[in-house]
Design a protein around this ligand. Sequence first.
Ligand code: CP3
Length: 366
Amino acid sequence: MSQENNDNKNNEFPELKNDTFLKACRGEEVPYVPVWIMRQAGRYLPEFKSVRADVDFFSVCRTPELACKVTLQPLDRFPLDAAIIFSDILVVPQAMGIEVQMIPGKGPFFPNPIRTIEDLSRVQFPVDVNKELGYVFDALTLTRKRLEGRVPLIGFTGAPWTLMTYCIEGSGGTTMSNSKSWLYKYPTESHKFLSMLTRVCIDYLFGQIKAGAQALQIFDSWSNELSPAMFKEYCLPYLVQIGKEIKAVHPEIPLICFAKGSNFALEDLSKSGAYDVLGIDWTIEPSVARQMVGERVSLQGNLDPCVLYCGDKVIRDQTQKMLESFGSTKRLIANLGHGMHPTHPIEGPESYVKAVHELSKQMINK
Ligand code: CP3
């Protein structure tokens, strides 16, 4: 265990100056709709590319000084209402002894994926997260200090199903035939693998809170590959377990679940009591999502990232439409429906953040 994480450092962190995001997570009154953007730190920023020119992706993640530096980069450009720690969901498979490389221009690559159920014996479990992921905790603690209370710091993990998919497929962009056929052919082993991943995710999230994370997001980026029945069996129970175990100890930490594209699941997730906020992508009309979840949770989303290519006027018009469709500025966090692209112009997020702040203020003060 690293020295930095031996005890909760909350008392030593600078006082939070902008708590709009945390208030929106809890459904409290806000002066404007807070906004942050998934993958707000990334290759669309020249200053990120210049860090990456000298250091490979996972070395940035593993070096707290660098992870902290790139986490803060988008905040120095745009008045975002939250920071998200720079890392990756695939640090969890790495912590379980599964090698993951990041191939420039291609994305994640697993040289030895978990193809057969016999391969499960290669997975390291249980995992001492302080030993294997202490570098993320150190990056969180350092970033929380360097933020000087400007905005809250979000920690995150991938969801069990999304992590299992990567481990079995060995890369993104596949038909998912290997990982999905596991679910049909080997239900017992699939549940076993998902349970192992769930345990590591929970321990990892507890460590992130201890290190200074003020909210947590669970990314289930590939949940949309599953039918409603398969989602109910292989995603929902684990997502609920994660939320409930964290909530039982840390009810003060907002939890966000982003089960991308699994729109049918919004009602169940909102009724589970495991999450404060549900993320949505652009494949659902905000008004429909709101109807499904009622006032039980806050919503986060959902502008199509491609709008950010289209200039200030289009961005402003689409933002207005989105805000109106949510129906209320309460219980709302503006974000995109997925992450920033490397080819996005800097002006895109700049216009979006400005539009959300200005238009929501007008709506609140009307
Ligand atoms: O949001 C942030 O700014 C925090 C950082 C963050 C990254 N990855 C940085 C990153 C977060 C929250 C993630 C999560 C993540 N990683 C997800 C869930 C969100 C989603 O997009 O659905 C997933 C599926 C991954 C796996 C992953 N990591 C992929 C598919 C890729 C390749 C993407 C690409 O466009 O090449 C990565 C690499 C990655 N993670 C990059 C960044 C900035 C780019 C790699 C680089 O700098 O070379």
